[in-house]
Design a protein around this ligand. Structure first.
Ligand SMILES: NC(=O)c1ccc[n+]([C@@H]2O[C@H](COP(=O)([O-])OP(=O)(O)OC[C@H]3O[C@@H](n4cnc5c(N)ncnc54)[C@H](OP(=O)(O)O)[C@@H]3O)[C@@H](O)[C@H]2O)c1
Length: 221
């Protein structure tokens, strides 16, 4: 699949490499053509640097891997406000978090909501922001594969994102509509604060087996 990657930094390169390994062809675009070429080169021969203005017409899905501060500007580069991304699965990986305080930078809503606002008609999915790009591809046992909590309003886009996460070796867990994105984004602040306190965030949440809860009749599903 031709997979657009908006962003030319660390996440763009690490995700691009992992998806290229899975057989996809990443097209990388950003505000600086030289950095886009360099990022494509770091990903490998399956990748190509692309002109942001023409990116939407060439890809089947778009992954956003830019800093929160550049989110609106980056979406405008690809014609988001003009509807260039309408109907497309757009996966927002940004972390709009002040890591010192854990606070989200958007006063309300979420980065994913800003993506939806800046790209009318796009089928936005929040995903992949919690894991370092270098976590992928995951090649260990299936039962230990990272669970990637995702949210979005469009079932087809959620399926699309889940398939792409599967290609990385992860397992997608749909937690709700795009309105859940703020909660998912806040988790990144929590994770980084646990790390800053000197602990592994994996050990900072309870070990809960949903199958046992179901068997005990303590869940509603
Ligand atoms: N690195 C990870 O493992 C990881 C994992 C999960 C989520 N994330 C999230 O993914 C996003 C990218 O992270 P990263 O680690 O790849 O960061 P990075 O290496 O610093 O790259 C940042 C990217 O954002 C662009 N950018 C920054 N400010 C901009 C602006 N004002 N206008 C337009 N573009 C701008 C940069 O463009 P220039 O190169 O032209 O400056 C670059 O393409 C962040 O939101 C981060 O929280 C990262």
């Amino acid at each position: 699949m031709n997979l657009g990657i908006l962003g030319t930094g660390n996440l763009a390169v690490t995700l691009g490499r992992a998806w290229a390994t899975a057989g996809h062809s990443p097209l990388v675009a950003g505000r600086d053509p030289m950095r886009a070429r360099r990022a494509a080169g770091r990903i490998g021969p399956a990748a190509e640097a692309a002109d942001p203005a023409g990116l939407a017409a060439r890809v089947d899905a778009l992954v956003i891997a830019v800093a929160w501060e550049g989110l609106e500007a980056a979406l405008s580069l690809v014609g988001g406000l003009q509807g260039a991304l309408a109907g497309m699965t757009v996966i927002d990986c940004t972390n709009p978090v002040d890591y010192a305080t854990g606070d989200l930078k958007p006063a309300s809503g979420s980065a994913a909501a800003l993506v939806a606002h800046s790209a009318p008609g796009a089928r936005v999915v929040k995903a992949l922001h919690l894991f370092a790009g270098a976590s992928w591809p995951y090649a260990g046992p299936r039962e230990s594969a990272p669970v990637v909590a995702i949210c979005g309003d469009e079932p087809e886009a959620l399926d699309h994102a889940a398939a792409l996460i599967g290609d990385l070796g992860g397992r997608a867990a749909v937690v709700g509509g795009l309105g859940s994105a703020r909660q998912l984004e806040e988790v990144a602040g929590f994770v980084m604060r646990v790390v800053a306190a000197g602990h592994n965030p994996r050990l900072a949440v309870p070990d809960v087996d949903p199958a046992l809860l179901r068997a005990a009749g303590t869940t509603t599903d």
